[in-house]
Design a protein around this ligand. Structure first.
Ligand SMILES: N[C@@H](CCC(=O)N[C@@H](CS)C(=O)NCC(=O)O)C(=O)O
Length: 204
């Protein structure tokens, strides 16, 4: 499979998951600094102009959560989705929260043009990011994180997804040290071989 990714983006969650699953892949780095994701060559690959995009034998897949689920299904032995239906739904509860709320809040820092046209609107949206991201961290800390991983001892897709978001926090004006459970989670993730592998590549 071919994975289109960009440094520091949510697409790195797919790379980490492929590492966890032991599924080989061919990475293609999309250069956001050069705006490659907005150019016709990339739009022909993914008309959304976003990463990740996974090219499989069956066709193109986009949306991080869907791609992570596909990889987990390809490698059931990796156990990336809980067996218990309710616990699996709790994992997805976290993943949907990340996709619909945390990621969108983060995007208000650099991507305000998705929602508004006035320069003043961008500044307003950017200024709100430390507050909305901190609110998300407080929710995770108080209501979600069981430790050492999101759902406790079991390592799941939600961990990979959340980990990449935590790498954005400093840049979003949030000090992860203020959240002890989240800090411990980050430390547990940093020592995993999958995370080390993407760090060696310079993707995070
Ligand atoms: N809902 C998509 C969002 C993907 C997304 O927005 N990716 C960002 C990087 S974190 C992107 O490609 N941004 C490019 C742009 O906005 O030009 C997913 O979860 O995969």
């Amino acid at each position: 499979m071919k994975l289109f990714l960009a440094k520091g983006t949510i697409s790195i969650a797919v790379a980490i998951t492929l590492e966890e699953a032991g599924v080989g892949y061919d990475p293609v780095v999309v250069d956001f600094a050069a705006g490659e994701q907005t150019k016709p060559a990339y739009l022909a690959i993914n008309p959304k102009g976003r990463v990740p995009c996974l090219i499989t034998d069956h066709g193109r897949l986009t949306e991080t959560g869907a791609i992570l689920e596909y990889i987990a299904a390809l490698a059931p032995a990796a156990g990336l989705i809980p067996q218990d239906a309710f616990v699996a739904a709790q994992m997805r509860e976290v993943m949907y929260y990340i996709a619909s709320t945390l990621h969108v809040n983060h995007a208000h820092k650099l991507r305000g043009h998705r929602w508004a046209d006035l320069e003043a609107s961008f500044a307003d949206m950017r200024a709100k990011v430390p507050q909305t991201m901190a609110a998300g961290c407080a929710y995770l800390e108080q209501e979600v994180l069981r430790g050492p991983y999101v759902l406790g001892e079991a390592f799941t897709l939600a961990d990979v997804y959340l980990f990449v978001v935590t790498t954005w926090l400093a840049g979003d004006g949030v000090d992860v040290a203020a959240y002890p459970k989240l800090s411990a989670f980050v430390a547990a993730m940093e020592v995993r071989a999958s995370v080390r592998a993407v760090r060696v590549q310079g993707w995070l």
